[in-house]
Design a protein around this ligand. Structure first.
Ligand code: NOJ
Length: 617
């Protein structure tokens, strides 16, 4: 390449990068938006300002609610800035009150946890990360945005960009795994997909990078637990995906439940300072569900004190906690909380609302929803993403299955539509799910039989006989086993054991003893301990919770129409005792080297290594 050509391509690449960065961020530094924000702010009373930073859940709760119901009355007085957990006609009804009855006509922004699809449910985020394909994830996020916005939801509490190293933590399912580089690329993809080319596009939804920060480092993998994170680990592991989301123009962040090094994330001036002062984030920070109220339980003060600490640290909106609304007015009047702090929070929220075009287009075009929801293209994309998310963990040659094979389909997940959807399935409807068994029965009804065998979590073996009979009559057995979606994965679903729940492994062993090749499909939201299976069954596919097109995607994979090309983004342990576990652990001074750790140490040479005496690393 000539020097001139090189220079020219360099300039083009830089221009493309700069202009895409600029367009993603354009809402953040737009003088027209700023002057509208300032003009509005000047007209607002203290009560109206506190209304903007106040948010309630007005639908099915996703946490322990405050039990409020007088939303309309409060909205009419300008006392609420956002509602969440509502969609459809209710959105327009609440919006009408805000726009027509409140003094300044400021629209509400409506949020929801649209995590891996709205109605078209894609595989869970952890599953999607196994595609290693940010462009595909961006497409899925775009579909979610189009469907959600048509139903009145213009703000999603996604992506969860928490790096997680501990499979016990239930929320590992919501992230992109353990690697900060991949996590950053995927964070960007979600933001691009949700927010589209411009935030003001009516099909764009504001994204929310959560949970800021370190939530994935919960000690012992127990949800909501405290974290200890060194400065190096914070900067190298936990912050990068958040910074990537910021650079991609994400409109909002959510502060986390956990404490970091003794200071709760929802009142942490150090971490929120990185976000707002160092990175110059211009959008707003919403708390997690009552995470400001919970600061009282963290032990850092009473209601007024924790509200003051949270707002001055930089949490702009109080989700469901009701403390900003009830305690800040007096503190502003007495000078304990500077008005400038409240103004900054309100300014950020108005900036996002204006950038989203909510003042011009406050209402959802609900009639359009049926045209853009669950379209054949969306469903086909759900299948493609599922197919690309499956990880082939083992295959002794039984896969792909022979088309003429007589197959027994066994297991509690084989025909379980709700659990196939995965945790946090927004408006996902089990009716839309094509389960594994449904897809099998449609493809080769005469050559496939089904037996549930057992429940996901039970000790009853009443279904075992039927399953064993089905296995005896088949050439090959396909077993769909694993975890329940919402009950065992996602929020408040940490586990201290990582095996197949209940008596599923017992059933697996009994069926395998029949002597037919067994293909195990693992439905899970986290890495499981699969030691027995890995040495006894013929093939294992990590299927995750695959969403509405699970069945067709899995059947295509089993018969070889689809190559299971997914790769793990999380480490699978041999036993719980290895957790936290991640591939990028730093070297020690006593690495295992060539020592065989499959037996207890037999010499000093074998013993004084970074190893376990009772398990291989
Ligand atoms: C609590 C969860 O931690 C958060 O991720 C979610 O967005 C909110 N609840 C709202 O449902």
């Amino acid at each position: 390449m000539s020097k001139n050509l090189q220079r020219c391509s360099f300039v083009i690449i830089v221009t493309i990068l700069v202009s895409s960065f600029a367009s993603a961020q354009s809402w953040a530094n737009d003088p027209k938006i700023e002057s509208r924000v300032n003009a509005l702010l000047k007209r607002m009373t203290l009560e109206e300002k506190l209304g903007q930073i106040n948010q309630y859940s007005a639908g099915s709760p996703t946490g322990p609610g405050t039990g409020r119901s007088n939303y309309e009355e409060m909205i009419a007085k300008g006392q609420v800035g956002s509602l969440f957990n509502v969609n459809g006609p209710q959105v327009n009804e609440f919006q009408k009150v805000a726009v027509e009855k409140s003094r300044l006509h400021i629209p509400l922004i409506f949020g929801l946890d649209v995590i891996h699809g709205y109605r078209t449910e894609f595989p869970t985020p952890l599953a999607m990360s196994a595609t290693w394909d940010p462009a595909l994830i961006e497409k899925a996020a775009r579909v979610a945005a189009v469907e959600a916005s048509a139903d009145g939801v213009r703000w999603t509490f996604s992506p969860m960009v928490d790096i997680a190293h501990d499979a016990r933590w239930g929320r590992i399912v919501e992230g992109a795994g353990e690697d900060p580089y991949l996590g950053s690329a995927i964070a960007r993809a979600y933001v691009r997909g949700y927010q589209g080319k411009s935030l003001s596009d009516p099909t764009s939804i504001a994204a929310c990078a959560k949970h800021f920060v370190g939530y994935g480092a919960a000690e012992a993998g127990r949800d909501y637990n405290s974290t200890e994170i060194s400065d190096r680990t914070l900067r190298q592991i936990y912050l990068p995906p958040f910074e990537a989301a910021k650079q991609e123009g994400v409109a909002t962040f959510m502060s986390a439940f956990n404490a970091i090094n003794g200071v709760p994330a929802s009142a942490n001036p150090f971490t929120l300072g990185i976000l707002k002062n160092e990175w110059k984030f211009k959008g707003f920070v919403v708390s997690d569900w009552t995470s400001i109220l919970e600061l009282i339980a963290h032990g850092i003060g009473d209601g007024p004190t924790v509200a003051r600490k949270a707002v001055t640290a930089g949490v702009d909106m109080d989700m469901e906690g009701n403390l900003y609304w009830t305690t800040l007015a007096d503190q502003v009047k007495s000078g304990k909380v500077p008005m400038a702090v409240i103004d900054d929070a309100v300014r950020r929220i108005l900036r996002v609302k204006i950038a989203m075009g909510l003042f011009e287009h406050p209402y959802a075009d609900l009639a359009s929803a049926s045209k853009v929801t669950l379209t054949p293209e969306n469903v086909a994309l759900a299948r493609e993403v599922a197919e690309k998310s499956f990880v082939l963990l083992k295959n002794d040659g039984v896969l792909p299955l022979k088309p003429e094979a007589k197959i027994a389909v066994i297991g509690p997940l084989a025909d379980d539509a709700p659990n196939t959807l995965g945790a946090w399935s927004a408006k996902g409807d089990p009716k839309d799910v094509v389960t594994l068994w449904k897809a099998f029965s449609e493809r080769s009804a005469s050559r496939a039989t089904y037996a549930k065998g057992t429940e996901i979590l039970t000790h009853s073996e009443t279904g075992f006989d039927e399953a064993l009979k089905a296995a005896q009559q088949a050439d090959v057995v396909v077993m769909a086993m694993g975890e329940a979606a919402g009950d065992m994965t996602g929020e408040a679903a940490s586990r201290s054991e990582l095996g197949l729940p209940g008596n599923q492994e017992k059933l697996l062993e009994a069926v395998t003893a029949v002597g037919k090749p067994v293909v195990l499909l693992v439905y899970s939201g986290r890495p499981l301990v699969l030691n027995w299976a890995s040495t006894h069954v013929a093939a294992i596919i990590e299927a995750w919770h695959p969403g509405i097109q699970a069945g067709p995607a899995l059947v295509n994979t089993l018969f070889g129409t689809n190559n299971p090309s997914g790769k793990l983004t999380v480490s699978f342990p041999r036993s719980v005792g290895q957790e936290p576990l991640h591939y990028d652990q730093l070297s020690t001074g006593r690495p295992l080297g060539n020592v065989d750790d499959s037996h207890p140490p037999a010499s000093a040479e074998e013993k004084y290594k970074s190893r376990y005496i009772d398990q291989r690393i």
